[in-house]
Design a protein around this ligand. Structure first.
Ligand code: PMV
Length: 314
């Protein structure tokens, strides 16, 4: 017998990095990009097989000591949380979310895996429980994550997020049509976060002002999305990108893609996620989308993914 579980990728619309210091951020799930965990009920100790995530096979012992491997950690955390007996069966992981591009791939794999582990033992895990466990695993990936990735990915809803507070799920009155353009550059969020931390130590006043402005942008953007003022949402995206660049977390490739999107008629563009590589998001509409896509590919994007977030999602 087989069963399949999944979780979406995510994109941070506004507020990354500042969110680490207590300012709000806005993020949304990307339901069309997903990680999957398929279970086979076999009478053998649990094996996890990754079809495209090396290393590709994990043999789970009855009780694993605290491992730094995110897959083993997620299985063990789930087992302990739900007080499951010895785990049996086989779980196959697959994902169509590009890895280390700020799209929430790690959190999505953990979330799908946690649901599958519970199911192998005939148990269910609540989203609240799962969110806490995925957050623990995110620490292995990122060091000191704010918790935004796991929250969006597990609850699969747009969120207005402030660290250490209960997440506020927001229904966007108007949908945002986005193009996500991939630089193809793998970047470590942990290093980008460390860069902002250093800047905060060496230039506390100027850096604090930049982070505060990002927080204000998030609140302004939330109001503009509610009013359907997409021109202003676009302006705020671009302003947010410029501040991230001033914080040292952009790159030549990200700046070129953001420029190309604007030149193609996008209402706004910014890097999304940790930065230094990964993706930019560009706000488009049905008139500008094809041209912006063409400009992004011409500027060197290795892939451009269209996504509609919020509102009447199609
Ligand atoms: O690179 P991502 O998508 O995991 O985004 C990280 C967002 C940061 O604000 C840079 C870090 C965090 O933990 O919130």
């Amino acid at each position: 017998m087989t069963a399949s579980f999944s979780a979406p990728g995510k994109t941070i619309l506004f507020g990354e990095h500042a969110v680490v210091y207590g300012w709000p951020a806005l993020a949304a799930p990307l339901p069309q990009l997903r990680a999957y965990a398929r279970i086979r009920r076999l009478n053998q100790p649990l094996t996890v097989v990754g079809s495209d995530i090396p290393p590709s096979v994990w043999h789970l012992q009855p009780r694993m000591p605290d491992s730094n491997d995110p897959i083993i950690r997620m299985v063990e955390l789930t087992r302990r949380q739900l007080q499951l007996p010895q785990l049996k069966g086989e779980i196959t992981l697959a994902s169509d979310i590009p890895v280390a591009r700020g799209l929430g791939s790690g959190a999505a794999v953990s979330a799908a895996l946690g649901r599958a582990v519970a199911a192998t033992a005939g148990a269910a895990i609540t989203d609240r429980e799962l969110n806490q466990l995925v957050f623990q695993v995110e620490k292995l990936h990122h060091g000191t994550p704010s918790g935004i990735d796991n929250t969006v990915v597990v609850f699969e809803q747009p969120v207005y997020f402030i660290k250490d507070r209960l997440p506020e799920f927001v229904a966007f009155a108007s949908s945002l049509r986005l193009l996500l353009a991939d630089t193809g550059i793998v970047a470590l969020t942990r290093e980008a976060v460390a860069q902002v931390k250093r800047l905060r130590q060496t230039r506390p006043k100027a850096t604090g002002a930049k982070l505060r402005r990002i927080g204000e942008i998030v609140d302004e953007a939330r109001a503009c999305i509610a009013e359907g003022d997409m021109a202003q949402v676009g302006q705020l995206l671009t302003e947010n990108h410029h501040i991230l660049r001033a914080l040292g977390v952009s790159s030549g490739d990200l700046d070129s893609l953001a420029q190309a999107a604007l030149a193609g008629g996008a209402k706004g563009a910014k890097l999304s996620g940790g930065g230094r590589g990964g993706i930019i998001v560009a706000l488009v509409d049905h008139v500008t989308e094809a041209r912006v896509r063409e400009m992004l590919l011409r500027a060197g994007a290795i892939n451009v993914i269209a996504a509609t977030v919020g509102g009447d999602v199609g």
